[in-house]
Ligand binder design. Structure first.
Ligand code: ADP
Ligand code: ADP
Length: 223
């Protein structure tokens, strides 16, 4: 069954102004439960816009967004935020970890915000860190970690609240090729073990080829 469906999505920035730029022109895409889809496109093609719409961070001008079969169109801001928190995890090119907190706390805090007890949150954070091979770094702040370790911690944070859908925007884009390969491998293991659905934007065709399906964003449409 389908985890994410985007149907006929259109999006323009600065609508009605001289600087109007149309980014999406009827993009249609679905991700099945447990499926990992690569989203490939040149820079500026609208990958981030599409991911933000899929993750309920932004709304399309027209078109339908369904998460787990539920139409997100009629929801108010509060219901959208709740749907996002409960179902979607994000990973960005740059980790965006909180610099003043340890790796562990960065994974614990979103769980506390979601109503978990500290005991459960810490146990889950340690389990996730162990799965991506950075348990020994739990008490370090991000600045003390390598780029690859920082990104592994960011993966754990994205999965902290057990989302059903992972959205990733160039998740290894700022790492050197060798590190990128290792860190991507760790991400894919984590995704497969947890049975997550994922939509992962990447420029790297070698990484894209390891996903279940590759889609391209071309002229505002998914091909
Ligand atoms: P990608 O992630 O593929 O690089 P984006 O979705 O970030 O592409 O951007 C697609 C296009 O929309 C680009 O031309 C970008 O400059 C433009 N754009 C993105 N965000 C905004 C915004 N907030 N206001 C105006 N234009 C934007
Ligand atoms: P919280 O309020 O608990 O910090 P949110 O529901 O605001 O969480 O955000 C959920 C996820 O979406 C977080 O990973 C956050 O970093 C990301 N996020 C929120 N707003 C934006 C935005 N405007 N652009 C990109 N990412 C965002």
């Amino acid at each position: 069954s389908e985890m994410l469906a985007l149907e006929g999505i259109t999006k323009a920035y600065n609508r009605g102004k001289p600087a109007e730029v149309t980014v999406l022109r009827g993009a249609t895409l679905s991700v099945a439960r447990g499926e990992v889809v690569a989203l490939v496109a040149p820079s500026g093609a609208g990958k981030s816009t599409l991911l933000h719409i899929a993750g309920l961070l932004d709304t399309p001008d027209t078109g339908v967004v369904r998460l787990a079969g539920r139409d997100m169109g009629g929801l108010g801001d509060r219901a959208r935020t709740e749907a996002r928190r409960g179902q979607v995890g994000f990973i960005y090119q740059f980790h965006h970890l909180l610099p003043e907190f340890t790796a562990l706390e960065n994974i614990v805090l979103p769980q506390l915000a979601n109503g978990a007890s500290r005991r459960v949150a810490e146990a889950r954070a340690m389990d996730l860190l162990g799965r991506v091979g950075v348990a020994a770094r739990a008490s370090h702040r991000p600045a003390a970690l390598s780029g690859g370790e920082q990104q592994r911690v960011a993966f754990c944070r994205a999965l902290a609240n057990a989302p059903q859908l992972l959205l990733a925007d160039e998740p290894t884009g700022n790492l050197d090729p060798g590190t990128s390969e290792q860190v991507f491998g760790a991400l894919m293991e984590l995704v497969r073990e947890t049975g997550l659905s994922a939509l992962i934007a990447t420029h790297n065709m070698d990484l894209a080829a390891r996903m279940d399906r590759v889609v391209r964003l071309d002229q505002g449409r998914v091909v």
